[in-house]
Design a protein around this ligand. Structure first.
Ligand SMILES: [Zn+2]
Length: 113
């Protein structure tokens, strides 16, 4: 499952930050999971726990935010917000949408000790 490798790269980012900012414990990880990504927040939680076992991020809490995705509607010629990949355009109901954002996973903030 790809959540596992996502969590492994998250941990690498956290460990790099720990070296740079010299903290030794992570309390809370604020994570943004785009609503259009192929990522299950519950799977992320599960994998994060497994991956961080025995690391500085062990027992860290995951705060998962799911910002809505963005798409370009060809019918309206505007950028609209969509909450799921195959949702129709909220303005015109059309399906001529090109996803332009909202499928990324990134660490927004770390609360550390
Ligand atoms: Zn539209």
């Amino acid at each position: 499952m790809h959540e596992m490798s996502l969590c492994e790269s998250m941990l690498r980012i956290i460990e790099d930050e720990a070296k740079r900012q010299e903290f030794s414990k992570v309390r809370i990880v604020h994570l943004e999971v785009g609503a259009l990504g192929h990522v299950e927040p519950e799977a992320i939680r599960f994998c994060f726990k497994a991956v961080t076992h025995g690391t500085i991020a062990e027992d860290a809490e995951l705060e998962i935010l799911c910002p809505p995705g963005q798409a370009w509607c060809m019918t309206c010629s505007t950028t609209v917000e969509v909450s799921a990949r195959y949702d129709p355009c909220p303005r015109c109901g059309g399906h001529q949408l090109q996803v332009t954002g909202g499928n990324e996973l990134r660490i927004k903030d770390l609360e550390v000790d």
